[in-house]
Write a protein that binds this ligand. Structure first.
Ligand code: PXG
Length: 479
């Protein structure tokens, strides 16, 4: 389109606008005119103007007005090693000069993808030794649908197609990923889920546990898988998929009884277990993979995000020796992406893994910084506005409540209190996300103890301000 009024005067040179960008208002105008944001009501954002992040270092973001924020979300659950690691920039530049792109389709390969695959085989648990690459977690989960169904076809059981997932799970935004996910507002747009995806209930004890103890509730929710297998028929089921800890669902750490029972059910039945490690992988839970934290034996894991610490888009499916053998002997697997195993993304991921490993970042999470965060985060649960806190490694949530004694939810529309708290959090210099009326964090793994202190102090201030605003607006009312 040629409407000159919406064009930036410096658009002639891409470098110009990046290195010497126009003032915030002009950037916001261009953003509103030409950029469609994910999970956003565009017209509302256009009125307010987007917050424009211009740079970041360590655990701190800077916006176009020079304000700084402690990044309590590691970008979008992904910048595990923190911002500003020039080694990754150098790895990308080196690889761009050497071989910026080549595909892995027609019996070709390249050095970065080979090196990364061997490294992942070493780092992932058990015999998860074979990687199929994607550009993102969503794409990788689409791959998983096709892998799981093709696996059973190759074993002579093409009718085993159904994949069981959970309500309030998040597995991505592609048609396949969003179908696996159990987010009702996503399903409502575009006729999802696709065929042969079935959802059981989630293990959210705080909101759904009723009078059950967490232990009873965990067993009850896990056993829904067994009931679904009985109802749908084992001969029709390809796989069960779940995150070790639901991230985007609100950092829901399941009761201790939940995963052992699910693993028992998967072992007792002929179905594949797909563990979505997109958030939990690469140190988030205090081990390399959530699979280790919860003692799981998956057939396939999904990886993305922390694989490159978000410095380059890359995801993948890692499968066991057995699954790979069946797929490899099943003829052509008619699936792949232009950017499967992209050399620059692979080189960046490899460098990220080197840093995580050599700097013992995950050991430090497990032995020092996650326990420290847990201690401090637990103190926030004392706040009058907080009904419950959840934490696993470096991911945590607080459930806001109008009545601490009763696990009560607000009478106001779900998410009202959460949104207010997110605003106060930003204003207090902390990026904290809200999922409904839960506040969640997932900070960079490289946080220091003073960073944690600062996060807690700012989160506490946001809670105080939110509490005051909710009282003033008459919103401290239980449903
Ligand atoms: N699986 C899980 C468990 C995820 O958290 C995906 C798959 C999809 O990955 P990609 O790379 O395609 O986005 C995710 C992504 C949020 C939020 O608001 C969470 C995600 C993505 C965007 C927003 O919490 N997780």
């Amino acid at each position: 389109m040629n409407d000159a009024s919406t064009h930036c005067p410096d658009m002639g040179s891409a470098m110009n606008i990046l290195t010497n960008h126009p003032p915030t208002a002009e950037l916001q105008r261009l953003d509103a005119a030409h950029h469609m944001h994910p999970f956003t009501a565009g017209a509302e954002l256009a009125k307010k103007g987007a917050r424009i992040i211009t740079r970041a270092d360590g655990v701190t973001l800077t916006d176009s007005e020079g304000r700084t924020f402690l990044d309590g979300m590691a970008g979008l659950w992904c910048v595990n090693i923190g911002y500003g690691r020039s080694e990754l920039a150098e790895a990308a530049a080196r690889q761009m000069r050497e071989l910026p792109y080549y595909n892995t389709f027609f019996q070709t390969s390249h050095v970065p993808v080979i090196a990364l695959s061997a490294k992942l085989a070493e780092l992932t648990p058990n015999d998860l030794n074979h990687v199929f690459y994607a550009g993102s977690g969503s794409e990788a989960n689409d791959t998983n649908i096709r892998l799981a169904r093709h696996y059973w076809s190759a074993r002579g059981k093409p009718q085993k197609k159904i994949i069981i997932s959970r309500k309030n799970a998040y597995h991505g935004s592609t048609m396949g990923g969003a179908s696996l996910g159990g987010m009702q507002p996503m399903h409502a747009q575009g006729g999802l889920p696709i065929a042969d995806i079935h959802h059981i209930d989630q293990p959210d004890w705080y909101l759904e546990g009723g009078e059950h103890s967490p232990e009873e509730f965990g067993l009850e929710r896990a056993r829904q898988l067994e009931q679904a297998i009985e109802t749908l028929g084992e001969d029709n089921i390809a796989a069960f998929i779940a995150e070790p800890v639901q991230g985007a669902g609100g950092v829901i750490v399941p009761p201790e009884t939940y995963w052992p029972e699910l693993q028992r059910i998967c072992d007792a039945h002929e179905i594949l277990l797909i563990v979505d490690e997109v958030i939990c992988g690469f140190g988030r839970t205090g081990n390399w993979f959530g699979t280790e934290t919860f003692g799981l034996r998956p057939d396939i894991i999904t990886i993305a995000k922390g694989l490159s610490s978000g410095y380059a888009p890359i995801g993948g499916s890692v499968v066991t020796d057995h699954v790979a053998e069946v797929i490899d002997n099943g003829g052509d697997f008619n699936h792949g992406y232009t950017y499967s195993g992209h050399p620059v993304a692979a080189a960046v991921a490899l460098e990220n893994l080197r840093i995580l490993q050599e700097e013992k970042i995950i050991d430090r999470v497990r032995d020092d910084i996650a326990p420290y965060l847990a201690e401090k985060w637990g103190q926030l649960a004392e706040h009058p506005l907080v009904g419950y806190s959840n934490i696993c490694g470096m991911m945590a949530s607080l459930a806001l409540t109008p009545d601490k004694s009763a696990r009560a939810v607000f009478a106001a529309e779900r998410g009202t209190a959460g949104l207010i708290c997110r605003g106060h959090s930003f204003d207090s210099g902390l990026v904290m996300r809200h999922v409904g009326d839960r506040m969640v964090i997932s900070p960079p793994l490289v946080m220091t103890r003073p960073d944690v202190d600062s996060l807690i102090e700012r989160a506490g201030r946001a809670l105080d301000l939110t509490h005051r605003e909710l009282i003033d607006k008459g919103l401290m009312v239980a449903a």
